[in-house]
Design a protein around this ligand. Structure first.
Ligand SMILES: Cc1ncc(COP(=O)(O)O)c(C=O)c1O
Length: 390
């Protein structure tokens, strides 16, 4: 099957990234040459096991933890599920804790897990306030911590609006109170170095496909001594915290992706910020009734996000796609009636703004020509969508 993509400008790198050549090459031998089950005693198994332990060492060195604190999972969502459900259920079992503190701007992998823990397991779910940029403040966490708090979960950087949270301060408050702190760093990890030997964070969710690794692989860093129950039970893989035959090629690919991100992050940062800020400035100047969403400075270096008054975000995506630009929006179309996402709702925007969200996320692969072409197209695309609404 041959498929020609009309979109020649991919501006949706927060959704996913292409697998880098280095990552693909590193994975290749583990599909059909070194295919042993890493739990097997024989040399095929031992070969795969060595590759996995090598990958674990790489991840541990990047985050400055010990290898046994790195748990491989099947994706960022699974890491979030294991962190939240595993920590909540362990806290329930060990100290009868029943209170979960999280924010209204979390990825659904966290928020839906928290909701299920409340609905089916009787946990009390408390939402932290966020400011107009979608940021959580450590003082607000401190004011809500209780002896019976099972776990606190606040994301490191937001996928929809790019805002970076002060997880160092939030973690410090939690550590002082002896309450486990989880952060979803699936978006942040590509752009922000995390030295967990000094950062007070107990559980960190990671995923490979936001940083040029494959989809369907992730990791959860579990600092030693953090109470956690397995969510997927079965064999004793991953120190008994995640059953299932290990996915050797993807684990190897993920480690290479993280290694490359760690090596190249600083090199790409300046160019990304320059492109991002030029894009933000120009959009706000050239599109009438436009607003930036998320924090103007404390945001991911590749992330620009907006709302446009009187625009249906999904229609705008379709018009942009037709003109060759792949972007994303914060609104999900639910049976024909679009609704703003929970993140956009949490920002407290008026309804005529909240549906018109647009996310443009860049890469070191993005060219200035692509950005200029996008900036030349967007004002008319927004105008067109406004006309459609009448
Ligand atoms: C902040 C955040 N958390 C979790 C996830 C889920 O990761 P995965 O797609 O690997 O399940 C994503 C991906 O969109 C994300 O942006």
């Amino acid at each position: 099957m041959k498929s020609e993509l009309i979109s020649h400008s991919y501006l949706d790198y927060a959704a996913t990234t292409p697998v880098s050549q280095e990552v693909a090459a590193a994975m290749q031998p583990y599909f059909s040459q070194m295919y042993g089950n890493p739990s097997s005693i024989h040399q095929y198994g031992q070969q795969a096991d060595s590759a996995i332990e090598e990958a674990r060492l790489v991840m541990a060195a990047i985050f400055k933890v010990t290898p046994k604190e790195v748990i491989f999972t099947s994706c960022g969502s699974e890491s979030d599920n294991l962190a939240l459900r595993g920590a909540a259920l362990a806290a329930r079992e060990q100290r009868n804790a029943s209170h979960i503190l999280t924010s209204p701007v979390e990825h659904p992998a966290v928020s839906r897990t928290a909701e299920q823990l409340a609905r089916l397991f009787g946990f009390e779910l408390e939402m932290l306030p966020v400011d107009e940029f979608g940021r959580v403040r450590a003082v607000d966490v401190a004011a809500r911590l209780r002896p019976e708090t099972a776990v606190v979960s606040v994301m490191a950087a937001n996928n929809e609006i790019g805002t970076i949270n002060p997880v160092d301060q939030i973690g410090a408050v939690c550590r002082q109170a002896g309450i486990p702190f989880h952060t979803d760093a699936v978006q942040a990890a590509a752009h922000i170095a995390m030295d967990l030997s000094s950062l007070p964070i107990d559980l960190v969710s990671l995923g490979a496909h936001k940083l040029y690794g494959p989809k369907g692989i992730g990791a959860l860093i579990v600092r030693e001594g953090t109470p956690l129950l397995p969510v997927q039970t079965g064999g004793g893989q991953e120190h008994g915290l995640r059953a299932g035959t290990s996915n050797t090629p993807y684990i190897v690919g993920q480690a290479v992706a993280f290694q490359q991100a760690a090596l190249q992050r600083e090199q790409h940062r300046g160019k990304l910020i320059e492109m991002r800020d030029h894009l933000i400035r120009t959009v706000l100047e050239t599109v009438p009734h436009s607003q930036l969403t998320g924090h103007p400075q404390e945001r991911l270096p590749n992330h620009a996000s907006f709302v446009f008054k009187g625009v249906d975000g999904n229609q705008l995506l379709m018009v942009l796609d037709g003109r060759g630009f792949a972007c994303s929006s914060g609104s999900a179309c639910k049976t024909g009636s679009p609704e703003p996402s929970a993140v956009i709702k949490a920002l407290g925007l008026a309804p005529q703004w909240a549906l018109g969200s647009l996310r443009v996320t860049l890469s070191h692969l993005t060219t200035e020509e692509e950005i200029e072409a996008f900036l030349n197209t967007l004002p008319d695309a927004v105008h067109r969508v406004r006309m459609l609404r009448g």
